[in-house]
Design a binder for this molecule. Structure first.
Ligand code: SF4
Ligand code: SF4
Length: 261
């Protein structure tokens, strides 16, 4: 299994089979152009993209959400929940099926690379605690071809998260994972209209902006004028709003958003 896969059920089960990296415990690793296997892992991947991955990659590439999806994404549906599942399209017409962003010098979208690329060689598994809090566990995923483990640099999971700028990725991704967990807990499978709504709000954020403007949706919700303005002006605010909105329209959750009374 590729360790660049997003933490879906299969990945969580795979991670649970590995020894846990306890808080404060360290692992030895470094990845840089002098490592003999440099770039070896940036090909032929099943690289799941979360909504925040898409937002950051698009920002890096300067592409609209429509163009990014058309050029770089393969879309499927999760068989259990019906949620859209997006994967980065590899260059299958080139031998080895490289990632479209890998170059001789390394990752050409490094500041916007997906969370899974940042997390490796760790795996992160999450579960929801009794008060809805996210409990995380880390594992070292030592793939046989990876020579980074021969390098003389030590990290704890906290060091690695900081170094890879992962906190923001994880906090956005966890919000999306809560929606998926909600669907699983209710054994709810989205119908096609609901799946389209998730795709629109979570991934096609330009079209979601048009939808919000054209339908007057924000005026029917209990949001301050400041939040409404920020949702239309700022993509990250819009994505955060999208998670709240999907929770409300799919499951009636009123965590951070409710209808006007
Ligand atoms: S996005 Fe960058 S780090 Fe991730 S697989 Fe592609 S080239 Fe490698
Ligand atoms: S295989 Fe390991 S060391 Fe080699 S490029 Fe990939 S992450 Fe870096």
């Amino acid at each position: 299994m590729s360790t660049h896969e997003h933490d879906n059920d299969a990945t969580q089960a795979f991670l649970a089979s590995l020894p846990e990296l306890e808080p404060g415990q360290s692992f030895q690793f470094a990845c840089h152009p002098q490592v003999p296997c440099f770039n070896a892992c940036c090909s032929d991947l099943s690289l799941m993209l979360t909504p925040y991955d898409v937002l950051r990659l698009r920002a890096r590439l300067g592409l609209s959400s429509r163009d990014f999806i058309a050029r770089h994404v393969l879309v499927a549906q999760a068989p259990d929940t019906g949620f859209p599942m997006l994967r980065l399209r590899m260059l299958d017409d080139i031998p080895g099926s490289p990632c479209p962003f890998v170059t001789r010098e390394g990752c050409s979208v490094y500041p916007g690379r997906p969370g899974a690329c940042r997390t490796y060689p760790l795996g992160r598994a999450t579960k929801t605690g009794p008060d809805g809090e996210v409990i995380e566990q880390f594992f070292v995923v030592q793939e046989p071809h990876c020579r980074g483990f021969e390098q003389d640099k030590s990290w704890t999971s906290a060091d690695w998260l900081n170094d890879q700028d992962l906190q923001e990725y994880n906090s956005h991704n966890d919000r999306y994972m809560l929606l998926l967990a909600e669907a699983r807990n209710r054994a709810a499978r989205l119908d096609q209209k609901q799946a389209n709504m998730v795709f629109l709000a979570a991934y096609n954020v330009d079209a979601f902006k048009d939808f919000l403007s054209n339908t007057g949706m924000l005026t029917r919700l209990d949001v301050t004028p400041e939040r409404a303005g920020a949702v239309l002006a700022d993509e990250t605010e819009r994505l955060t709003f999208a998670m709240d909105w999907l929770g409300l329209v799919l499951f009636g959750l009123e965590r951070n958003l409710r209808k006007k009374v």
